[in-house]
Design a protein around this ligand. Structure first.
Ligand code: HEC
Length: 114
């Protein structure tokens, strides 16, 4: 809830009309076509994830998976799949406004945490 204001700042307009194409994109994982991740920029967006995944990706409850230190490719793959509408309602709404660059940067950041 508290994140709503910042969340809107991340690529929302570009992704707003993504709904119609969600099912098609779900079958085409884009991990290989991703831009290079910028961990520094990812760090500036990491606060969006902390309410659930904990400080620095160290989840404080078993309801949310820890994401610190996951392989970069896995984070990209999961975020891309969530954005495409797969499985988790929480993560779908969380990732809907993210661009490919945002996802790459977040993956670069969290994969480097321990
Ligand atoms: C509202 C709570 C919430 C927020 C905010 C949130 N997540 Fe999640 N996240 C979840 C839940 C719940 C799951 C487990 C979903 C599932 O497995 O279906 C998850 C799963 C993930 C996974 C997959 C982990 C794995 O081991 O497969 C990644 C990666 C991830 N989140 C990254 C992020 C990033 C990066 C952000 C910030 C942009 C973020 N999440 C924000 C709730 C949240």
């Amino acid at each position: 809830m508290a994140c709503a204001a910042v969340y809107i700042g991340i690529g929302m307009p570009a992704m707003a009309e993504n709904d119609a194409s969600r099912n098609e994109t779900a079958t085409a994982p884009q991990a290989t076509a991703m831009p290079d991740g910028d961990a520094g920029r990812g760090a500036t967006m990491a606060h969006l994830c902390e309410n659930c995944h904990g400080p620095d990706g160290h989840s404080l409850t078993s309801r949310y998976p820890a994401i610190a230190g996951l392989p970069e490719s896995r984070i990209i793959e999961r975020l891309t799949a969530f954005r495409a509408g797969e499985s988790s309602h929480l993560m779908e709404s969380m990732t809907r406004g993210l661009s490919d660059q945002d996802i790459a940067d977040l993956a670069a950041h969290f994969s480097r945490l321990e």
